[in-house]
Ligand binder design. Structure first.
Ligand code: MG
Length: 192
């Protein structure tokens, strides 16, 4: 069993996740934009700030952080041609029948329930916003895992908002009543 002293501090994992996304050209705002476009029709008063907050909360989940770190690492190793064959060619070319990228992203989305799961499937087909950009091969960069991870984070953040909306409805409120950046103490008790 791993000794407690050998454990990686949670803050270090969270920080590494943020840095990895930034290094690969994905901003929290890019993911939030997808969430905003998907959820706006159903959520009166929804602002980009609410979506940014939701994405940031998803990124605090250790399960999500681990998936992002593993996926980005594999993309980067493939870019540097450091994987062994035949995996190198499979990841580099984003081979059609290779589904481990989706499976990894799917694992992260499970934390956020059935709405996140179905939304992830929708985004996998629809490829909105930055997902489309990442999925389109323009140079030697490899985003085989990243496009699915972004879809997973967006789907989870959208699911959070859908659940939050129900809480607000029951309280006779809408997102228009929610401050764009909520203080920690007012966090919903049903927060996923
Ligand atoms: Mg992919």
């Amino acid at each position: 069993m791993q000794e407690k002293k050998d454990r990686v501090p949670s803050e270090a994992v969270a920080q590494a996740t943020k840095e990895a996304l930034k290094r690969r050209g994905v901003k929290v705002e890019d993911i939030a934009e997808i969430v905003y476009q998907m959820q706006l029709p159903y959520n009166e008063g929804l602002l980009m700030e609410h979506c940014i907050d939701s994405v940031e909360r998803v990124l605090r989940k250790r399960e999500v952080q681990h998936s992002v770190l593993v996926g980005i690492e594999l993309d980067e190793l493939a870019e540097k041609k450091m994987l062994s064959e035949p995996l190198q060619s499979i990841v580099e070319s984003d081979e059609g029948l290779f589904g481990v990228d989706e499976t990894l992203a799917l694992g992260a989305v499970m934390t956020y329930g059935s709405i996140a799961l179905t939304t992830f499937g929708f985004l996998d087909k629809q490829k909105s916003g930055i997902i489309k950009k990442l999925d389109t091969k323009i140079d030697s960069s490899v985003h085989t895992f990243l496009d699915d991870l972004v879809g997973s984070i967006a789907a989870s953040a959208a699911s959070r908002i859908a659940h939050r909306m129900r809480d607000l409805e029951e309280a006779g409120e809408t997102f228009a009543d929610v401050p764009a950046i909520e203080p920690e103490s007012t966090k919903s008790t049903t927060d996923l």
